[in-house]
Design a protein around this ligand. Structure first.
Ligand code: C5P
Length: 308
């Protein structure tokens, strides 16, 4: 191992094109039927050798202070998992310093923490010359969080089980979105708990075939009627401000708007790049300059090494 080597990984955020939530299992997790799409908001992570089996983590970016910098961070847990379960005992003195530059909103419903965990697994496995194939990495990743396997896969994919059983989906074209962020995050466990109160006896969730057929056409207008999120009612009941943003789709010329995961980020689907510019301007006029917004597209690839 080259001791000066820096391994850089870029990893995307996700949105859920559909998110069906089923019964709560005994372990507290819910059965999900979801279609993920990886979109062009990326965190970047760099891993370098550090002495004596230590893990060091430094986060950068405007929201860096909102992220735990110790063992509570999934990045830290990803490094420890590889060190303790994959590295042979004779090499467990290998340390790592990880820098994470965050652009994915924290607690935004876009799986930023899971994305960073996926990036850390990839970066550390390369830094430490671990001979893991993509399937082994994905299997390990599911132990860190339900959204981590998708962050490795990227593109568009169907997620079942806890959302951790991921199968890539065949889709056409590129979709354009305008994201509206919120300063205040939503706790994912709180959104699921509220959902349980509102829907105490849900059926087993399934993926609507119409959605998969629409993804085959590559046309945003075909996809729009099939976007759906079971957690929207729960999150909107706790966050009326999010409900108001979701209600703006028609007014700003978007095809529809959907909550990202458990929110509070809202994604507006638009017909093309020009429509994204228009919707962005109109959302700015409606919501004001201080609200965070961004035009993005998807699908994009999952966690990838980038050359320094
Ligand atoms: O797996 P992850 O740590 O990302 O999940 C965060 C929380 O979201 C879980 O602790 C659980 O409360 C909720 N969750 C769930 N069912 C899922 C995925 C997540 O209830 N399938």
């Amino acid at each position: 191992m080259d001791t000066d080597e820096a391994i850089r990984v870029r990893v995307p955020a996700k949105i859920n094109l559909t998110l069906g939530v089923g019964p709560r299992e005994d372990d507290g997790y819910h059965q999900l039927a979801t279609v993920f799409q990886a979109i062009s908001v990326h965190d970047e992570l760099t891993a370098r050798a550090a002495p004596d089996g230590v893990t060091e983590l430094v986060t950068h970016g405007p929201q860096a202070d909102l992220v735990p910098a110790g063992p509570d961070n999934l990045v830290w847990q990803a490094a420890d998992l590889l060190r303790n379960e994959i590295l042979p005992a004779s090499r467990r003195d290998l340390g790592v310093r990880i820098d994470v530059t965050k652009a994915i909103p924290v607690a935004g419903g876009m799986a930023g923490g899971s994305a960073d965990a996926a990036a850390a697994l990839l970066a550390c496995s390369v830094l430490w010359d671990l001979d893991l194939d993509p399937t082994e990495l994905r299997e390990l990743s599911a132990g860190l969080g339900a959204d981590v396997p998708f962050a490795l896969t990227g593109g568009t994919a169907v997620g079942t089980g806890r959302g951790d059983r991921v199968v890539p989906a065949l889709t056409r074209g590129t979709y354009h979105w305008v994201l509206v962020f919120s300063e205040t995050g939503v706790s994912t466990p709180a959104a699921f708990a509220r959902h349980d109160e509102l829907r105490p006896d849900p059926p087993e969730p399934s993926i609507p075939p119409e959605l998969m057929a629409a993804l085959g056409t590559g046309r945003a207008a075909d996809l729009a009627p099939h976007l759906y999120n079971d957690l929207a009612e729960a999150t909107c009941s706790m966050r009326p401000d999010v409900a108001e943003v979701l209600g703006l789709a028609d007014q700003v010329g978007a095809l529809t708007a959907i909550l990202c995961g458990s929110g509070p980020t809202v994604a507006f689907l638009v017909a093309d790049e020009n429509a994204a510019v228009d919707a962005h301007l109109q959302l700015r006029a409606e919501l004001g300059a201080e609200v965070g917004m961004r035009r993005v597209h998807g699908p994009v690839p999952g966690a990838r090494l980038v050359s320094s």
